[in-house]
Design a binder for this molecule. Structure first.
Ligand SMILES: Cc1cc2nc3c(=O)[nH]c(=O)nc-3n(C[C@H](O)[C@H](O)[C@H](O)COP(=O)(O)OP(=O)(O)OC[C@H]3O[C@@H](n4cnc5c(N)ncnc54)[C@H](O)[C@@H]3O)c2cc1C
Length: 274
């Protein structure tokens, strides 16, 4: 039963609160779109919530190429930020506006599958995650946080990544409904073109959501595209490479069979637009 909600006003206070409590006692609260339904349903085991709302982790900065996004920045704020316009299609594909007003980009890394569209974007962007804890700040690949979470006494504070150059960023989400539905398949990719052959892929970072048990970097697809022209045949081979490395998940939105069937189509739509 929930007994306390704490609203520290600095990261240090938030961290010391986590450090001082017995394991399992405190749940970190960001936007609350996952946590509060569990609290209201009586299934949240922690007896205290530690709100990050006033800790100062909601911010965006961008130099010409480098972007920093604070972990508690709401999705709606990111969607309206012209410096992050390449992310607008992804942000517009998550839930409905009231959820986007609350949900944070950091919380998306911990969201229950098949949620995690922003996490997939951060994977394809090769984002670094800053995680603050009792021993200081560790900077790790975002994949590390997606795969292993953070320790109970730690707080994810921000992401850093390079903004993709014009024409190198791709996002496509297939869902049961056009709006406000979780992913059947989300494909997100950052493709680098060969300078002397712009129709060739020099290297690729591709991440999928909805397919595997978590937002997942499709390294086999990246290898299949590297050094090749971006043709329907190459994309089909990249899809086949994905399916040789993962058995797609089955859930309420789609069966694994269906996801496997439609993956090549959505990879093609993501990368070739048709
Ligand atoms: C109706 C609905 C529709 C949705 N549709 C989509 C969709 O289409 N696509 C999609 O990707 N997602 C979707 N989501 C999921 C949504 O994006 C996530 O719920 C949201 O991003 C989680 O962020 P939050 O700030 O609300 O997290 P919270 O609910 O506050 O926290 C979630 C978990 O993350 C932990 N956590 C959060 N922030 C931190 C931090 N900084 N450090 C350490 N731990 C932290 C919390 O302790 C908790 O365990 C949907 C959600 C709802 C409710």
């Amino acid at each position: 039963m929930l007994a306390h909600v704490h609203t520290p006003t600095s990261l240090d206070d938030a961290l010391s609160h986590l450090r001082d409590r017995p394991p399992g006692t405190v749940r970190v609260l960001a936007g609350g779109t996952e946590v509060m339904p569990a609290v209201n349903a009586g299934t949240e085991p922690a007896t205290e919530l530690l709100s990050l709302r006033r800790v100062g982790l909601a911010h965006v900065s961008r130099s010409e190429h480098e972007v920093t996004v604070g972990a508690t920045t709401p999705l709606a704020d990111l969607a309206s930020d012209p410096r992050l316009s390449f992310l607008a299609p992804a942000l517009g594909a998550v839930a409905a506006p009231p959820v986007r007003t609350l949900a944070t980009i950091g919380g998306n890394l911990f969201a229950a599958p098949p949620y995690g569209d922003l996490a997939a974007c951060l994977l394809a962007l090769d984002a670094r995650a800053h995680v603050a804890g009792p021993a200081g700040v560790r900077v790790v690949a975002v994949e590390e946080v997606i795969d292993h979470g953070v320790a109970e006494a730690e707080i994810l504070t921000r992401f850093d990544f390079r903004a993709p150059a014009e024409g190198t960023w791709f996002f496509h989400k297939a869902a049961r409904r056009r709006l406000n539905s979780a992913a059947v398949v989300t494909v997100t990719a950052h493709l680098h073109r060969a300078p002397d052959a712009p129709d060739h892929v020099a290297s690729a970072r591709i991440a999928l959501n909805g397919v595997a048990e978590r937002p997942w970097r499709a390294r086999a697809a990246e290898r299949a595209l590297a050094g090749r022209a971006l043709t329907p045949e190459a994309v089909l081979e990249a899809s086949a490479a994905v399916l040789s490395h993962v058995v797609p998940r089955t859930d309420a939105y789609a069966s694994g069979w269906y996801r496997a069937r439609v993956l090549p189509t959505h990879m093609r739509r993501a990368l070739l637009g048709a």
